[in-house]
Ligand binder design. Structure first.
Ligand SMILES: NC(=O)C1=CN([C@@H]2O[C@H](COP(=O)(O)OP(=O)(O)OC[C@H]3O[C@@H](n4cnc5c(N)ncnc54)[C@H](O)[C@@H]3O)[C@@H](O)[C@H]2O)C=CC1
Ligand SMILES: CC(=O)C(=O)O
Length: 316
């Protein structure tokens, strides 16, 4: 870390960024939080508003609206700037517009002398993370995205409801694109250490795999349902971002399904996709290779192919 004060620069103070900031303040995530946005007045107003909550927060935090020079001694730059989906629009449809947005962000961050970890949330997050990696020239371990962390949390919530088990004791992952081609490797889903397939098989018909498998469709469609209902999703991702940032700042070696650059894992090279990773102060320390079934590997490949094709069509 750059100093003993944990410093985060947040770029993009819209709904996602400010949900992250609000959750960060409540969790005492860092010592210094700098807000940067194209709309400087908005960043100023958000900083004022958050500062008025400091008297009620559990720990102190210096919060102010700043600029890219503030990245010089930051531990993390968290990016949630750019456009979001309208009802019926896919995440991939945001790619060109958000690549242009990142063209004005990554250069100034790097030129500040930033030497920390990039965490990207902007959609389509896997490709925007790869764009950040390419534009920054950073070590790929230090550039990663929120990936399928939120989808995994949604899955665990639904599984917890179905089996009446605390979601924190549900061990199951969503992998691949944070988007329509994501999938759940059910062979790797457990309640405590018992496979979900066995729990269903031993339940005398009370729990059924067909019903469990349908939950992955609900996870995949959750964002569209929320966007139709309230125009945007932000609390869940804000909390997921804080969870990931904590794993970095506290050097936790936590397993999180972030978007990481694969380099041979799951037979893929170069693509950024959601997979369980060990996250610590270096960013993504390593990608965990689960024993996927043949069918699951095919789903992972199909998802990575979509990410590759879309990245290949970009002009950086
Ligand atoms: N990774 C995930 O799981 C999720 C990702 N998202 C994504 O997060 C992104 C942000 O969503 P919202 O906060 O709802 O959007 P928003 O429209 O509320 O906020 C976007 C912010 O970015 C700022 N901005 C735009 N261009 C900029 C630039 N060049 N430099 C600095 N700031 C700039 C805007 O001024 C605005 O404040 C979207 O791409 C959305 O799809 C949203 C939910 C979940
Ligand atoms: C918008 C989005 O990516 C999500 O809520 O999953």
């Amino acid at each position: 870390m750059c100093s003993n004060k944990r410093k985060i620069v947040l770029v993009g103070t819209g709904m996602v960024g400010m949900s992250f900031a609000y959750s960060a303040l409540n969790r005492g995530l860092c010592d210094i939080l700098v807000l940067v946005d194209l709309d400087k007045k908005r960043a100023l107003g958000e900083a004022m508003d958050l500062n008025h909550g400091l008297a009620f927060a559990g720990s102190s935090m210096k919060i102010y609206a700043g600029d890219y020079s503030d990245c010089a001694d930051a531990d993390m730059v968290v990016i949630s700037a750019g456009v979001s989906q309208k009802p019926g629009e896919s995440r991939l449809e945001l790619l060109q517009r958000n690549t242009e947005v990142f063209g004005s962000i990554i250069g100034p961050v790097v030129r500040s002398g930033f030497g920390g970890v990039f965490l990207v949330a902007t959609n389509p997050v896997d490709i925007m993370t790869r764009v950040t990696y390419e534009l920054s020239g950073f070590n790929p371990n230090r550039v990663f995205g929120t990936g399928t962390t939120l989808d995994t949390a949604r899955l665990r919530y639904l599984l917890g409801e179905y089996f009446c088990v605390d979601p924190r004791n549900m061990h199951a992952y969503v992998m691949g694109e944070h988007g329509d081609s994501e999938f759940v490797p059910w062979s790797q889903a457990m309640i405590a250490t018992k496979p979900v397939t066995d729990v269903c098989g031993d339940s005398g018909g009370r729990y059924r795999m067909e019903e469990v498998e349908r939950l992955s469709t609900q996870v995949r469609d959750a964002a569209q349902r929320i966007i139709e209902a309230k125009r945007a999703t932000y609390y869940g991702i804000g909390m997921a971002m804080v969870r990931i940032a904590r794993a970095v700042l506290s050097d936790e070696n936590s397993v999180l399904t972030v978007s990481a650059r694969l380099w041979g894992e799951y037979g893929r090279k170069g693509v950024y996709a959601g997979a369980p990773c060990i996250v610590n102060r270096n960013g993504v320390d390593r990608v965990l290779e689960l024993g996927l079934s043949e069918q699951e590997q095919e789903k992972f490949d199909a998802s990575c192919d979509i990410l590759e094709e879309n990245y290949g069509g970009l002009e950086l």
